[in-house]
Design a protein around this ligand. Structure first.
Ligand SMILES: [Zn+2]
Length: 472
């Protein structure tokens, strides 16, 4: 309390706090954009008389959520999405920090390109941000001495689609990237599918005739082969590797074995692979065309089990909007990708409550925070993020666990204006999002705050390398 007297609070947020040491009723005292103290409910009047008080009642107060996989399309693809709209979608979804991908025009393949993107984004962001640099197969040496202030992670496209800048198709170049990243302490984030296999299948079978056939043209075997290759490279070089958007049971099994064996390999599961199956594609068509493809109900069950068992290091949205006109192109040309940063947390919450109705909501919300805050903060070295504790940035998400609502096109904040989740009844709702002590989203008023999000510095290298590291 002595510290409080020196540094009076300018905002108090009370509710059911989701902290690293448990879920309990209490209050967060915010001062100058940081969490000054975390107290019990009884002490509020004593320690912060007359301070503005946001009382969330029985709703949860979470650390601001982190989406470590978004494509906000700046620069060069702003007809699909721009940082202003994407930032609104993020805060509406409870996110206060994002890590953006490099497949833009031009692509972010060098420190100079990342610095240029940061300059473009400055002054327009509702959320704080970092960038994954793109691994350039022509210049793997860039990874060996990458300045952590620029990026601590690099994206490798082993398979590509229309927006991928540089697909790494041959084993020798891939190996050089793994070797350089190991030297530089850079975490590789990978789209792990076998592109050459997909090209062969396209040649043999000809153009796609309907959306349901898409999954067969981008089969699970492509992902399994690539994940196996990554695991062998990690074994040889010790490179930290994070596999993005794992879609099949076999990939999850391989990665669990590698992680159990102590390899520094982790993986991400997306909201859409947890929310849709190949059967949904009959109805949703191009809207759920994704890369990697949406797979079977059995695969989806395996991914949910991985989430519950703690195998998954991070949930990501892979927010990758396209305009509806692009999605309505002839079947072979419709681009894969889906908007998702606004839907991710509520869709996964909804899935957890449906799948495991007997689980206490305190246990469920702590799991969500593990995978959407503490885990990604640890993986991607984001100091002051992901944990509701004194000294952390005052990024807070107020979440009503029983606020049932139906998502409609009216709710969509992304510039693309559509959601594959339209018509879904969500089990919970993001009520308020606070970044650096400022309300940046209020669901009732549909009102966003000021675009003062910042390019975050990098913290020291993470302690742990396993999927459990976020809970350390
Ligand atoms: Zn992506």
């Amino acid at each position: 309390m002595g510290e409080l007297n020196r540094k009076p609070a300018d905002l108090v947020v009370s509710g059911r706090l989701v902290t690293p040491t448990g879920v309990r009723p209490g209050a967060v005292l915010v001062s100058a954009g940081r969490i000054a103290a975390v107290t019990g409910l009884t002490a509020i009047d004593e320690v912060a008389p007359g301070v503005p008080h946001l009382d969330a009642g029985d709703a949860y107060v979470l650390p601001g959520l982190i989406d470590s996989h978004v494509h906000f399309r700046t620069p060069g693809l702003e007809h699909k999405e721009d940082w202003e709209h994407a930032g609104r979608a993020a805060v509406a979804g409870g996110f206060t920090t994002v890590i953006d991908m490099p497949n833009t025009r031009p692509p972010g393949l060098s420190p100079e390109a990342i610095a240029a993107k940061a300059a473009l984004v400055a002054g327009s962001s509702l959320v704080d941000y970092r960038f994954h640099m793109g691994a350039d197969p022509d210049r793997p040496e860039l990874l060996a001495d990458l300045d952590p202030a620029i990026a601590t992670s690099a994206k490798v496209f082993m398979a590509g689609h229309q927006t991928a800048p540089t697909v790494v198709r041959d084993a020798e170049r891939l190996e050089k990237i793994f070797a350089a990243a190991a030297v530089g302490g850079v975490r590789l984030v990978l789209h792990a599918e076998r592109d050459t296999l997909f090209t062969m299948l396209d040649d043999w079978r000809g153009r796609l005739r309907d959306h349901h056939a898409y999954e067969r043209s981008r089969p699970r075997s492509g992902g399994i082969a690539a994940v196996a290759e990554v695991i062998e490279l990690v074994h040889r070089h010790g490179t930290q590797a994070h596999i993005l958007h794992v879609s099949s049971a076999e990939e999850a099994d391989l990665l669990a074995a590698a992680s159990d064996a102590g390899l520094p390999v982790t993986y991400e599961v997306t909201g859409h692979h947890l929310s849709f199956t190949d059967q949904d594609t009959l109805r949703t068509g191009a809207r759920t065309r994704l890369s990697p493809a949406i797979r079977s109900a059995a695969d989806q069950d395996r991914l949910w089990a991985a989430l519950r068992g703690g195998e998954v290091a991070a949930l990501g949205s892979d927010h990758a909007p396209h305009t509806m006109a692009e999605k309505l192109l002839p079947v072979p040309d419709a681009p894969p990708g889906i908007p998702g940063v606004q839907e991710l947390a509520v869709a996964v919450w909804t899935g957890m409550r449906r799948r495991w109705p007997d689980e206490s909501s305190d246990v469920a919300i702590a799991r969500l925070v593990d995978h959407l805050a503490a885990g990604p903060a640890e993986l991607f070295r984001l100091p002051g993020k992901g944990r509701l504790e004194p000294g952390a940035d005052a990024d807070l998400t107020v979440f009503g666990p029983d606020d049932s609502w139906m998502l409609s096109a009216y709710d969509v904040q992304s510039k693309c204006g559509w959601s594959a989740y339209e018509g879904w009844t969500m089990a919970g709702r993001v009520r308020t999002t606070i970044r650096a002590g400022e309300v940046v989203w209020d669901a009732n008023e549909q009102k966003a705050g000021s675009p003062t999000g910042r390019w975050l510095p990098a913290g020291p290298p993470g302690r742990g390398l396993t999927a459990d590291s976020g809970r350390a």
